[in-house]
Design a protein around this ligand. Structure first.
Ligand SMILES: Cc1cc2nc3c(=O)[nH]c(=O)nc-3n(C[C@H](O)[C@H](O)[C@H](O)COP(=O)(O)OP(=O)(O)OC[C@H]3O[C@@H](n4cnc5c(N)ncnc54)[C@H](O)[C@@H]3O)c2cc1C
Ligand SMILES: NC(=O)c1ccc[n+]([C@@H]2O[C@H](COP(=O)([O-])OP(=O)(O)OC[C@H]3O[C@@H](n4cnc5c(N)ncnc54)[C@H](O)[C@@H]3O)[C@@H](O)[C@H]2O)c1
Length: 464
């Protein structure tokens, strides 16, 4: 007889963890299956946490934030090595794994190590080196995440041709690097390596980087990339990659050839569905391994749910956690838990960082919405000068007539934290006037909201 669980969760990344803990809090019997040796998924082990820790280490050791004050030669450590970066990354990964394991165990979530697959909609086979065991799940959540997209024409070798899972395989900092893909992963790593002095060439097949972000903000970022000696090749597609005489060569569709010491291939991600035997549950994935779900994260099979990156957009750790929580609630008939997707923020940890919420100017123009913009430059704000960030800016987009806030877009120090002020005001239905009427601590970067609000309202009154 198979052991019976109220919920079997497959995958221990942000979506799986939150679902498992939420169901356990409802008093349900929960098992969490993970095929890695440790919990945390791509988020803790290869994606979010390592990349954000590496960025922090790069900023600290390179003295990046203080160069405008102490001069371009200022740095905390003269020769920064991959070992310096790996030291801090491994420390944070280990701590995060410990925290997650403790959370799961004190909530009585049973961990099963191995690869899960469906025998039928309610029977999950867990296979590992010791064999396989079948468990019964009255409900099942697929939270298996994604892996880096690959191409037979790009032979990843783990040393000179890598993807984002293999960054820590680099033993030495390269002198030159080719980054393929101007999405979030490509641009974030491009910024980090450029800040370390690596000469980076970034190749993107679209006409611009980060196509979902506000174009003014992306232009501002592009200025910083050029300043860090990054060469941007937009409208260029990489067709194949090869190794010639110890160098990596990227062959572009335009017949150009680019050469570097290392190539990072970051052209998107593919759902982890190959090993699941989805057909046995009557569930199908699309060619990119994404599983379609309804608003409650239910698949075509009523007792099988899917959440996190495996369902596709927006593929963020932050959103995956919410999806997992809601999926678990719905599995047990709890309709009270809600989460509003229109107030999901983006934090893009480029150097400088970018964060935004709501609509871009391009979207509002397309929709014929009468909007106005209020801008604040960090250089006009005392805290900007104190922190040494004089190029940051905060942009508030608001409705000319109702004054409601339609979007907040920030580039600069602290952007991803600062954004949550705008997010709260938007979510609570506040208007731009709130920022004018509110006293902010001084000197803070948050003051940028007030300056931007004055700027925007002045523009409206000049025209009315
Ligand atoms: C380089 C990088 C940087 C990122 N930075 C950010 C960021 O700054 N902010 C942000 O919000 N998001 C970021 N993300 C995205 C974020 O990591 C993902 O959105 C998040 O990890 C998705 O969580 P998940 O639970 O869906 O799956 P994952 O975290 O991918 O976890 C899924 C787990 O399931 C396991 N699994 C797969 N198949 C099976 C099976 N058959 N049986 C058992 N186990 C299985 C996998 O091994 C994995 O451990 C980043 C991603 C990358 C790659
Ligand atoms: N800070 C964050 O929130 C964060 C950070 C990293 C990753 N992520 C998540 O990870 C996911 C994957 O990120 P990603 O950057 O790999 O994927 P992506 O799909 O966002 O970007 C891939 C880019 O590569 C380009 N491209 C594809 N093939 C190409 C080729 N042959 N030559 C040149 N360019 C090519 C595409 O046009 C696209 O712009 C994202 O959806 C994102 O949500 C989030």
């Amino acid at each position: 007889m198979a052991t019976v669980y109220d919920l079997i969760v497959i995958g221990s990344g942000p979506a799986g963890q939150r679902a498992a803990i939420y169901a356990a809090k409802l008093g349900k019997k929960v098992a969490l299956v993970e095929n890695r040796e440790v919990v945390g998924g791509a988020c803790i082990n290869t994606g979010t946490i390592p990349s954000k820790t590496m960025r922090e280490a790069v900023l600290h050791l390179s003295g990046y934030n203080y160069k405008s004050i102490y001069g371009m030669n200022y740095r905390v450590k003269e020769r920064i090595t991959m070992a310096d970066l790996a030291f801090r990354i491994q420390h944070v990964i280990k701590t995060e794994i410990d925290v997650t394991e403790a959370q799961l165990s004190r909530n009585n979530v049973e961990m099963l190590t191995g690869t899960a697959s469906f025998d039928d909609p309610t029977h999950i086979r867990v296979s590992n080196s010791r064999g396989s065991t079948v468990y019964e799940g009255k409900n099942v959540l697929i939270a298996t995440g994604t892996k880096p997209a690959s191409s037979p024409k790009v032979p990843i070798n783990g040393t000179t041709i890598i993807n984002s899972d293999l960054i820590l395989n680099l033993t030495n900092l390269p002198q030159t690097m080719i980054v393929v893909g101007g999405g979030v992963i490509g641009v974030e790593y491009c910024c980090m390596f450029a800040a370390l002095g690596v000469r980076v060439t970034l190749i993107e097949r679209r006409p611009r980087l980060l196509e979902f972000a506000d174009s003014e903000i992306v232009e501002a970022l592009s200025y910083h990339l050029r300043d860090a000696r990054v060469t941007m090749r937009l409208n260029e597609e990489v067709e194949s990659v090869e190794e010639i005489d110890g160098k990596v060569v990227a062959n572009l569709e335009s017949k150009k050839k680019l050469q570097g010491d290392v190539l990072l291939y970051a052209v998107g991600r593919q759902g982890n569905v190959d090993e699941l035997n989805l057909a046995n549950a009557g569930v199908e994935a699309d060619p990119r391994g994404r599983i379609p779900v309804d608003k409650d994260f239910r698949t075509k099979c009523p007792t099988v749910f899917a959440a996190g990156d495996v369902i596709g957009f927006p593929s963020l750790a932050s959103v995956s956690m919410e999806q997992g929580r809601i999926a678990a609630a719905r599995a047990f008939g709890d309709e009270t838990i809600v989460s509003n997707p229109s107030f999901y923020p983006y934090g893009i940890y480029t150097i400088p960082e970018i964060s935004f919420i709501g609509k871009t100017e391009e979207q509002l123009t397309e929709e014929d919405v009468p909007y106005e913009v209020g801008l604040a430059y960090y250089r006009e704000i005392a805290r900007g000068q104190i922190r040494g960030d004089t190029s940051g800016r905060l942009k508030l987009i608001f409705h000319r007539e109702t004054h409601s806030i339609l979007g907040v877009h920030i580039i600069g120090e602290g952007a991803s934290e600062l954004l949550h002020i705008g997010q709260a005001v938007m979510a609570l239905g506040g208007k731009i006037d709130y920022f004018v009427e509110t006293v902010f601590n001084y000197p803070t970067l948050a003051e940028a909201y007030k300056v931007a609000a004055f700027n925007g309202l002045n523009r409206v009154s000049r025209l009315d």
